[in-house]
Design a binder for this molecule. Sequence first.
Ligand code: C2E
Ligand code: MG
Ligand code: MG
Length: 701
Amino acid sequence: MSETSVIGLRRPKGLAARAALFTCVLLIVTAVLSAATVMFGALRESAHHQLNVTRGLAVHLSNISGDMLAAGDMQSLAVMAQQTAARTEVLRLAIYDGDGAVIVQSEGNAAESAVTLRVARRVLRESALSHERAAGGLAIGAPIVREGRVVGVALIMWDDMAYRFEALPALAPFLLILACLVLGGVPITAHFVRRAVAPLDTLSAFAERIAENGEAEPIDLRTGDEFETLATAFNKMIGRLNASMKQIQEIAFVDPVTRLPNHDRFVREVDYAIMQRGEQGAGAVAVFELQRLPKLLQTLDQDAARDFLRVVAERFVASTRTVDRVVRLRSKEQQQAMPARLSAAEFAVFVPEGVSQSDAARFGQHLNAALNQTFEWRGHKLTLGACCGVALAPRDGREAETVIRHARMAISAAQSSPARIKVFTQSLDREAVARVTLEREMRGALERNEFRAYFQPKINVATGKVEGCEALARWIRPDRTIISPGRFIPVAEESGLIGALSDAIMREACWKAAAWSRSGHPAKVAVNVSALQFRSDRFADQVLRVVQHAGLAPSQLELEITESVVMQDPDRALRVIHPLKEAGIRLAIDDFGCGHSSLATLSKLPFDVIKIDQQFIRALEKDANAAAIVEMILALSRTLNMEVVAEGVERREDMEFVASRGCHWVQGFLFGAAMPAAEFAQMLRRQAGDDIDAEDAEDAA
Ligand code: C2E
Ligand code: MG
Ligand code: MG
């Protein structure tokens, strides 16, 4: 079915049909009216003609009758009258004398004779022709004039049909032509009307296509009339509309800085792929969090920030293309992987068409490595700290939002993995739920002051005495169960509660240490610093304020910062610790040996203490390498003039080993686990040989 006929069907009372109908009706009405007019004229003409003919005949009869009357030839008159009356068209014939008396007459009925008599008398009276219509005939009388005098009347009544003009047969050709005109004219008119309104149909079809699809190819109408003007206007209008739509789509679906698809577009594409491929495996989503990016952008002006983001996006897109070819071995028919920018510091890539978990992981790994390579930009060397989470669709979600959420969840787990990439698993989801619950409980616990500092003794190897301690956070639940930091510190860091928590521990540690000093049993107190705390610009100020409030000598406080945090950004570490160092606070590198310290960096950082990670101490028993590592760390610290603490000492042999190699401090279950402040104070007093009972009450307070 053609386009126009479809439109025609949809528009049964279309303009063309209405125009054709109107023209046909007009034609028919015109034909009927003209036929009626002609017929009416013909009938009138017929009556006129009949009158003229009969009048002529009557005059002729009166002349003949007059001649015969003058000659007194009554016989001939009678014969003539008889012969004339015998004609079928003559209904009646009569000759009257000057007094109105019948001289001759044909046979007929009384009504006819009454009419003829009336007409005869009128002719005699008026001396002129006269006529009158009677039933079925026309009576006409003509005066018989002799020598200027009316001597009689010749009267004849003709049959109505006798000299009538036959209009119908005469008009037949005309009516035939008219009928042909009407019959031929209707389809021809319809055809021309249709042709005339055809451009309108094209315009209507165009308008309908736009209404249905929101777009259409431009129309080409070259009629040279208003239709063409209308078509040109339509094309211009749609051109503008398309441009606006494109602009709107760009605003809605394209990241303005990087020109990459944005979050909404990404979600649409993933949803579409899930809908299309379903169980066959829609693809994988890898989300990359650029953890240093927000801070970095803050230091740049707007133009520079946009420029740098574009550089990052270019590398991301180029790497995606390369990795797509290398990892997926993508053929030409396969859909390309789609890079996108999900939020300010989040890029993502959708790898379509059923990739395996291992391929997805490799995809993420390569891209993450590419993003983590230093950017050399405008003379700066910048690193982004990218972290990647991968989730598979529909395995990890039947909706794009769920898949993305799970990939983000995997990012949290990826922070602690060496390659900083993790593929989502269901256990991560369960962990996430448990984390959320824990986070909620922690908020309440912070308000109720359930987080307390416990103190693990540190022994000075030189004196063999407890001269210091490490403050370790404990969550003491109302039911007296104690939760260790391994469970709540990561959650506190993720939720941002670490700030409040660390403040509480730092405050308690400083106040307690100050109290011990005041009571004559000084002990250095070491407090752990989380990665998040260390990243805060206000960190040094906060520590100094707490120390001052507590009235603690700064040299009595030691801050433990893990090796990995220090080495992530040594320049920053140097900046942060500088004011603390100036104030006299001691600084320790915690869990040393696990990270990747470079000797050059280590020598530049003004740390006072190295804490050997407990895994090396524990391994001393079985692993000869561990002993070598411990010896090496001790030698290094001597060179750098740093004190060394051996953590996790549980066996006397280990204590003797580290002591013999020049270790300054030992800490571990061999000497005591972390204990409440009162217990630790008691330990200090006992060591000093003081009267323990006397001061117990003070500690309890
Ligand atoms: P860390 O700073 O390396 O603390 C030493 C950990 O080793 C403590 O675990 C301590 O109880 C444990 N430990 C000490 N001696 C021994 C031993 O002989 N054998 C064994 N097996 N373990 C020993 P804890 O208290 O569970 O703390 C774990 C980690 O949580 C700490 O490691 C520290 O990184 C973090 N942490 C603890 N409290 C705080 C805090 O207040 N703030 C921050 N930011 N982190 C904290
Ligand atoms: Mg520590
Ligand atoms: Mg440690």
